[in-house]
Design a protein around this ligand. Structure first.
Ligand code: DQA
Length: 147
């Protein structure tokens, strides 16, 4: 059975109450439930993690090698700053789907730069919480093509 890791970065634990006009009212626990139900429907296994710490996120990426087949990564603000996350992704050579709830390209200019994009399989942004299940569909589609 294929295995997906959904990894969430800083401040995403506050979804639901954090700037709901930008990120919506769905909590991270709601999103986890949606993803778990979708994993069942897709017949894949799923791990769902969140960390506010860059180093801990890097540890999750390292640990994913040999355990998961695709990483779905909402790195939050680290997307725009972290060479270390980019290097971690390059090091494990696992397909990564970059994900954002908001359309980062329609927001402040500093959010247009992504250190994840050059090492990502693809990017999904702007579809709110629904983006998570879209990313899971994209991950499974990628694994079927690669098989
Ligand atoms: C985000 C977009 C980032 O720019 C921001 O720092 C976040 C959330 C999103 O999901 O839209 O924390 O990744």
């Amino acid at each position: 059975m294929s295995s997906l890791l959904v990894l969430n970065g800083p401040n995403l634990n506050l979804l639901g109450t954090r700037q709901p006009d930008v990120y919506g009212r769905t909590t991270l626990a709601d999103i986890e439930q949606m993803c778990a139900a979708h994993a069942k429907a897709l017949n894949v296994s799923l791990s769902f993690e969140q960390s506010n710490l860059e180093g801990e996120m890097i540890d999750h990426i390292h640990a994913a090698k040999g355990l998961h087949d695709v990483i779905i990564l909402n790195a939050g603000a680290y997307t725009h700053t972290s060479v270390a996350l980019m290097d971690a992704i390059s090091s494990v050579e696992l397909p990564v789907i970059e994900l954002h709830l908001s359309n980062v390209h329609a927001r402040e200019e500093f959010r247009h730069k992504s250190f994840i994009a050059p090492v990502a399989l693809g990017i999904i942004c702007g579809f709110g919480a629904r983006g998570y299940t879209l990313a899971m569909d994209a991950a499974v589609n990628h694994l079927e093509i690669a098989r």
